[in-house]
Write a protein that binds this ligand. Structure first.
Ligand SMILES: Nc1nc2c(ncn2[C@@H]2O[C@H](COP(=O)(O)O[C@H]3[C@@H](O)[C@H](n4cnc5c(=O)[nH]c(N)nc54)O[C@@H]3COP(=O)(O)O)[C@@H](O)[C@H]2O)c(=O)[nH]1
Length: 777
């Protein structure tokens, strides 16, 4: 900084010398020259006596000299010089003013005075310039001195710093190198000390080394632990493998002493003395036979004195020694027998399976040719899928076991009861003298399975349908008989389940037709070949339409309109009902949203739609999408859904209710314990099954049942709907019994969506105005 300041000062002096002193002096010299020229021209004019010409030269020179002097004033190197220059300028200007009144001599004398004053002034400027030059020289010398001093000081400081750093850094760095070498050499117990809290590089380095050493120690400990853990796990696995071997095992070392025996070996032969040679392992010389194998025979059968037989297998061990395994031949035979049993029996029910059925049939058909006839019955549980879907597979399995027991209880020991798979059972009845023998058994079976089951504390109702095939031409074959029984079973199910049918040749065609229907239905779902029809629900009081029931129709491309009674059970069986039911729900909600007022729409739900857990969300989404108020949607469920006290079904019903939709019990009275269902859930509506309405006037029980249901509905605060009302007489009776609303052909058949407005526009749906026979088409 000092050197810089000196140089700056020197620079200023040099500039001042040039800009002020030298330039000012040059202007002074210029002014002097002008005066000298003026004086010279004055003298020349005196000599030539052309005085005016000489005076003219002076008049021109004086102002110019004054201008030069003004510059010299401005650049004066000191105040003294400046004052002198100003005085001279003033004198010059004064002379210039008096020039005309002065004589040539006076003028010449004045100019000479001015010249001599100018000389003095030049000397003054020169002296000032010299003074400045001298101070520049002094300054340079001082600057040089200071520069050397600064260099010397810097060197001293540098030496000092080097010494301090050397003392502070090198010992810790040496220590760090030694520690790093020790760590690299595998020593991890080095004592590493560093200055606590210090942020110096060496302390940081030492701390890093300490951390590194600690990490190595941890890593080694972890490796060791994991290695010994692996070893232990390996040993445990090895031990578990040895202990769980079904064969006995012993291992002799290279010195032919007993080294290892497994648990099974001890169970088989007792504990031998370990570390002994084979002759001494057991006290009993008989037992030495167990080790009597030589290297040339690797497998022998060894009979012990106690009657047991073992298959002994010997193997040489790499590195010397040998091991032998022992298999109890009696156990092997038992295991083989178990395998044969498993191959021929169903693991769930313990009944013979399909393989056993075939074998048995081969023999039974041979016997049938020689003796009396043979019947194959094929049984399928009714509503088993619903039980499985709603109550879960464990309940389904338990039900199948109970069914197996009942089937066995109904048959004779000579009959073979088989589980073919799923809910399909078969019975082979031998020594059949006449078809009636088979019918008697079939009837017994249907009745036995129609009785409620009690599974895991719940009552489950199922039933069975039976297809029967009889030997008839002596050329029968197991598969063919099964196929015929299957066709008969189809017919039994079609005819309402809970019944049996004998095979008839015409059934073949029906089954082919059903298979075709299955295919068509699958396509119908993808191509949405459905329509929703609407049947009005009429209020008893006032005869107004309060809503419509949505009923699906399948518009088959070739067969035309197919009844839901035909395809809904099939859709349930094929797992298509969720797609169809969801579609109907969305259509019905959208249609109802467009109806005037607060008309309700009732949608039928299949029990299958309750499984899978998506129903509530599906209903909520249909309502939201259509913009329909939840209380305008009524969901109809059937009693079959409540076959059991299934908590999940009830929870779903409560969730649906929480959405705000209404829940109706459809086909009421057709189940086994209809009344008890009403306890389980607070329905909004009960729909009396059509069969009771149809029975009015013919069967007095029907009137009694309707009266009871209406009374119950009133007591429980539920609307009672009578469906299937076809005649004015039925209507009158139902009205007299107090039914709240009606549905039936008497008012209208279900009709397509576009007819709803026409139905609503009809002058009156008042029961009084509807004459029997005036049913809308
Ligand atoms: N899970 C679903 N099931 C549905 C759906 N749509 C219909 N169904 C069920 O199919 C069964 C047959 O229905 P359908 O052929 O439509 O018969 C209904 C009416 O047409 C019929 N009905 C109405 N009034 C009368 C009458 O006066 N006489 C007479 N003989 N029949 C009449 O009754 C059926 C209505 O039944 P219900 O549902 O019990 O009120 C039927 O079980 C339908 O439930 C569907 O979308 N999903």
């Amino acid at each position: 900084a000092f050197v810089q300041s000196s140089q700056r000062d020197l620079g200023s002096i040099a500039i001042s010398l040039y800009d002020n002193t030298f330039l000012a002096m040059s202007y002074l010299r210029s002014a002097q020259n002008r005066l000298l020229h003026a004086e010279a021209s004055l003298q020349r004019s005196n000599i030539a006596e052309v005085i005016d010409d000489g005076r003219a030269g002076v008049i021109a020179a004086l102002p110019e000299a004054a201008d030069d002097l003004i510059v010299a004033v401005e650049r004066a190197p000191s105040q003294e010089a400046q004052l002198a220059a100003e005085n001279l300028t003033t004198s010059l200007l004064q002379l210039s003013e008096k020039i005309t009144v002065l004589s040539s001599t006076e003028l010449s004398a004045s100019i000479q005075d001015l010249n001599s004053t100018l000389d003095t002034l030049v000397e003054l400027y020169a002296a000032e310039g010299f003074r400045q030059r001298r101070s520049a020289g002094q300054l340079i010398e001082a600057s040089l001195r200071h520069t050397w001093l600064a260099i010397g000081l810097s060197l001293l400081i540098a030496l000092l710093i080097t010494a301090i750093l050397t003392r502070a850094i090198i010992p810790p760095v040496r220590a760090a190198v030694a520690i790093a070498r020790a760590i690299a050499g595998g020593r991890f117990d080095n004592e590493i000390t560093s200055n606590e809290g210090s942020r110096s590089e060496t302390d940081e380095l030492l701390r890093a080394l300490a951390t590194m050493q600690a990490s190595f120690v941890e890593l080694l400990a972890a490796q060791e632990a994991s290695h010994s853990g692996r070893m232990e796990a390996q040993l445990a696995r090895f031990d578990a493998a040895l202990s769980n071997m079904v064969q006995g095992l012993c291992l002799f070392g290279p010195d032919d002493t007993l080294t290892v025996v497994n648990r099974r070996f001890v169970e088989m032969f007792g504990q031998p003395a370990m570390g002994c040679r084979k002759e001494e392992a057991f006290g009993d010389p008989q037992m030495a036979r167990l080790f009597a194998l030589d290297d040339h025979r690797d497998s022998i059968c060894c009979d012990l004195a106690d009657g047991r037989s073992f298959m002994v297998t010997r193997r040489a061990v790499t590195g010397g020694g040998w091991l032998a395994t022992y298999e109890d031949l009696a156990e092997r035979r038992q295991a083989e027998a178990r395998l044969v049993h498993m191959a021929h029996h169903d693991s769930l029910t313990g009944l013979p399976n399909r393989a056993m059925f075939r074998e048995h049939m081969t023999h039974a058909l041979g016997r049938a040719q020689r003796q009396a006839g043979l019947a194959v019955m094929l049984l399928d549980l009714d509503r088993f899928k619903t039980v499985n879907d709603t109550l879960g597979h464990l309940t389904g399995d338990a039900l199948l076991c109970q069914v197996a027991e009942r089937l066995k209880a109904c048959t004779r020991p000579a009959d073979l009861v088989v589980r073919l798979g799923g809910d399909e059972f078969a019975i082979v009845q031998e020594a059949v003298a006449a078809p009636e023998d088979v019918s008697v058994l079939a009837e017994r079976l249907v009745a036995a399975l129609a009785e409620p089951f009690h599974v895991e504390g719940q009552q489950v109702n199922t039933g069975t349908s039976i297809g029967i095939a009889l030997t008839h031409d002596g050329l029968d074959e197991a598969n063919e008989m099964l196929k015929r029984a299957d066709l008969a079973l189809y017919r039994a199910k079609e005819e309402g389940r809970g019944t049996w049918r004998f095979f008839e040749p015409a059934m073949n065609a029906r089954v082919v037709a059903r298979r075709q229907l299955e295919q068509d239905l699958r396509r119908a779902v993808t191509e949405e070949q459905f329509q929703v029809y609407y049947q009005p629900v009429v209020e008893a009081e006032g005869g107004q339409i309060s809503g419509f029931e949505a009923l699906v129709r399948w518009v088959h491309p070739e067969r035309g309109m197919v009844s839901p009674a035909e395809f809904i059970p099939l859709a349930e069986e094929l797992g298509l009902i969720r797609a169809i039911g969801g579609w109907v729900l969305r259509q019905a909600c959208s249609a109802a949203a467009a109806w005037p007022g607060e008309l309700k729409v009732a949608v039928n739900l299949s029990p299958v739609q309750f499984s899978g857990g998506a129903l509530v969300a599906e209903v909520a989404s249909a309502l939201k999408h259509a913009g329909l108020a939840p209380h305008c949607l009524e969901l109809e469920i059937t009693e079959s859904l409540l076959l059991t006290d299934d908590a999940a079904v009830l929870a779903t019903l409560h969730e649906l209710r929480a959405l705000g939709v209404r829940i109706a019990m459809d086909d009421f009275g057709t189940g086994y314990s209809s009344l008890s269902y009403l306890q389980r859930f607070p329905f909004d509506k009960i729909k009396i099954d059509q069969s009771f309405v149809r029975g009015l006037g013919q069967d007095e029980h029907c009137t009694a049942i309707i009266r009871a249901v209406v009374g119950l509905g009133k007591a429980l605060g539920m609307t009672v709907n009578a469906e299937g009302v076809e005649t004015a007489e039925q209507l009158e009776t139902l009205r007299a019994e107090g039914c709240g609303e009606f549905q039936g052909y008497l008012f209208s058949k279900p009709r397509p969506s576009q007819d709803v407005r026409t139905m609503l526009g009809s002058p009156e749906y008042s029961p009084a105005s509807v004459r029997p026979g005036s049913v809308a088409a």
